[in-house]
Design a protein around this ligand. Structure first.
Ligand code: AMP
Length: 289
């Protein structure tokens, strides 16, 4: 297992790999790794003999009142987890290595980056895009792996990769959940027992709304029509004892909110809610058939 902390060392390794036509899989993370990250690493290592996992808590993507300072960090445990799931290289730079004195560039994304998480967390996606761009330029991957858990982030990354013609395949991996449905997250460690119980209502709300959609009857010779307000009401009724920031049914490709959705369309059900002081997000993407 190679642990790399500088961009120049990483460049030496990946340039050699490209010269030998070895594909590079890349899994960007903020560390505090769990079973969700493990799936991404496993998949990458099945597809590429060289898998780089970055561990970097990116200050640019946290707001001033968010948890940058208290975000869980444990590089030793992360390195073990990466090795056990087939990762070959860990890239764990310091903040100074990524953002040295005089760093002055930012990637700014409009459109899909402005709504939902983008509206709740101003500057968040610019911070994500800037670090992902720099990590891509450092690791030069053939294929990068992201979790569906952060659904809007996957759209933002795809937008950047398309707009800036980055020659990198983006692979989105299904959300890994606890047995009771709670999406695995590094931030789950903040939850006390009672908050942990309340947190399960996010998945209940999402799966209830998905069932609601599939139970709607398709009219004879017609297209199924489902009203957004009904789907969202279904979610709200299941979200108990959490403080809801948003619970929406939107077009899965554009994140646009429409009054009605029809057969053949793909919609994303997206929730952000607080259990105590911990902000949780989750989603399900579903086809209307
Ligand atoms: P993070 O360390 O939270 O920035 O996450 C790093 C990557 O792991 C992101 O692409 C996340 O979407 C992904 N990820 C986090 N949690 C999960 C999960 N429960 N299932 C699948 N992927 C996840």
């Amino acid at each position: 297992m190679h642990i790399i902390t500088t961009i120049s060392e990483m460049h030496d390794i990946v340039m050699d790999a490209h010269a030998e036509r070895v594909g590079i899989g890349f899994v960007p993370t903020m560390g505090s790794l769990h079973g969700g990250h493990a799936e991404l690493i496993k998949l990458s290592s099945m597809r590429h003999s060289l898998t780089v996992v970055s561990v970097f808590v990116n200050p640019l993507q946290f707001g001033p009142s968010e948890d940058f300072g208290s975000y869980p960090r444990n590089l030793d445990a992360d390195v073990r987890m990466i090795r056990d799931h087939g990762g070959t290289h860990v890239f764990a730079p310091s903040a100074e290595e990524m953002y040295p004195q005089g760093f002055a560039t930012s990637i700014h994304i409009e459109g899909i980056a402005k709504v939902l998480e983008g509206a709740s967390r101003p500057g968040h996606f610019d911070g994500v895009a800037t670090v992902v761009c720099k990590l891509f330029n450092t690791v030069m991957p053939t294929e990068a792996f992201f979790g569906q858990k952060d659904y809007q982030q996957t759209l933002v990354v795809r937008q950047m990769v398309a707009d800036l013609a980055m020659p990198i395949a983006i692979n989105v991996v299904p959300t890994v959940r606890e047995p009771d449905g709670l999406a695995k997250s590094s931030r789950n460690a903040y939850l006390n027992v009672e908050e942990r119980n309340r947190a399960t209502s996010l998945f209940r709300a999402l799966s209830g709304a998905k069932k609601f959609i599939s139970n709607q009857v398709t009219p004879l010779q017609g297209r199924k029509t489902i009203s957004r307000s009904e789907i969202e009401a279904e979610m709200l009724s299941a979200l108990q004892d959490v403080r809801i920031e948003y619970a929406v049914a939107v077009d899965a490709n554009t994140l646009e909110s429409r009054d009605f959705y029809y057969s053949g369309e793909k919609i994303a059900l997206l929730i952000a809610a607080f259990a105590g002081t911990t902000r949780l997000i989750d989603n399900i993407v579903t086809d209307i058939v």
